[in-house]
Design a protein around this ligand. Sequence first.
Ligand SMILES: NC(=O)C1=CN([C@@H]2O[C@H](COP(=O)(O)OP(=O)(O)OC[C@H]3O[C@@H](n4cnc5c(N)ncnc54)[C@H](OP(=O)(O)O)[C@@H]3O)[C@@H](O)[C@H]2O)C=CC1
Ligand SMILES: O=C(O)CCC(=O)C(=O)O
Length: 447
Amino acid sequence: MTLDAATTALYRDIVRRNPAEAEFHQAVAEVLHSIQPALQRDPSLRDAGLMERLCEPERQSMFRVVWTDDNGAAHVNRGFRVGFSSALGPYKGGLRFHPTVTLGIVKFLAFEQIFKNALTGLGIGAGKGGADFDPSGRSDGEIMRFCQAYMTELHRHIGAQTDVPAGDIGVGSREIGYLFGQYKRITNRFEAGTLTGKDLPIGGSLVRPEATGYGVVYFLEAMLAQRGQSLEGKTAVLSGCGNVSQHAIVKLQEMGATVVACSDSSGYIYDPAGIQPDVLNEIRNVRRRKLDAYPEAVPTAKFVAGKTPWNVACDIAVPSATQNELGEADAIALVKNGLIAVAEGANMPCTPEAVNVFQEAEIAFAPGKAANAGGVATSALEMQQNASRAQWSFPETDQKLAETMRCIHDICLTTAADYGKPGDYVTGANIAGFLKVSSAMNMLGLI
Ligand SMILES: NC(=O)C1=CN([C@@H]2O[C@H](COP(=O)(O)OP(=O)(O)OC[C@H]3O[C@@H](n4cnc5c(N)ncnc54)[C@H](OP(=O)(O)O)[C@@H]3O)[C@@H](O)[C@H]2O)C=CC1
Ligand SMILES: O=C(O)CCC(=O)C(=O)O
């Protein structure tokens, strides 16, 4: 849908005021297009500068992070934390440690988080952070010193009722542990609800490690059921082989699909017999190696260097590495090879052109802000457990995750139909998230 004149002017102003932040512009443009039917139905949604406020972060921090490597040499990185919206609760969202991190990347991720977190129904606002630090090849001691240096500044901005970071690319439970240790040391408080994604002995939640990947698959299951289909006997291809992909592979195979390919930044592995999650875990999480090591352990697999996996024929694609990793040509190849469904495990992994190809071909398409919301939803469950010093069982937490994903699926579907776009999960997710956050903003007054 084309933008009306007022929204076009708003979008132009956002591009002018946030130069060189292409990913942020892209994320905003998608939402503005999607919510046009809601703005047409209820023009009062524009009152009191609501749209302008929605697209302007409440606060943004950028800071120097100085740390020393194992040889005693000093390094300087740039740290970020953006609190985009606290209308629904404390800022909530992960930290990304990757050399490509910029303010624009953090802003796009924090903006996406507004709608995703609203969809969970769990009382969490939206934030995101990170640093342009490259963890690859760094020793455990270097990672710890970097995390401590990063938290030395970040601690001023966060807290269980203020802003609650978690993991993202390059930040797993090891990093969260070091970050929480430094937070505890500086503040003299064991305030477990300040960070989520912790290991169990320091206040973590069962299911949080699995939650994003499992959640994507629960969403896929609901989306396929809507079309009278299931995962049984389907072939799937994923990108990435980190936290999200590894657990999505486990759940997909548990539900009867075969995952024939996954990737990292160096290439992809292909095995028609199915990727083995325990081997992947050993290579990635224990030995911290790249995927070229996989065929050494599984000779039926082949490693294809320097390529993405989107030319591999499959029924289901789950892009779970990074933004804009699946473009128009990839989408065309997937559709030609018989694709029936896509669920975004990563944040904004498909370019707008790729999404168009999928939608035109009537492929079931689940946007990341709906499909990968299981991670942040289970972080909110971790916050609940921390607040009551409780520890829920795996089945209980997994059941809450599965229910949350089914609810998100249903809200997207019914909202899309209500606004004249049946089956369009992008429109459904954006309008449902927008209506929730905008009503809270109106109740809170002009802030
Ligand atoms: N962790 C979570 O709970 C959630 C994560 N997400 C999103 O899911 C995606 C993956 O996150 P997660 O699994 O946690 O991260 P991890 O760091 O655990 O894994 C990231 C994976 O993606 C690959 N990758 C990263 N950057 C690139 C790139 N530029 N090109 C190709 N491959 C790349 C990595 O390969 P290599 O190791 O070679 O760099 C690795 O295989 C991200 O988009 C994140 O924002 C969304 C919701 C929640
Ligand atoms: O668990 C969280 O708070 C963050 C998850 C995240 O970063 C995301 O949803 O993209």
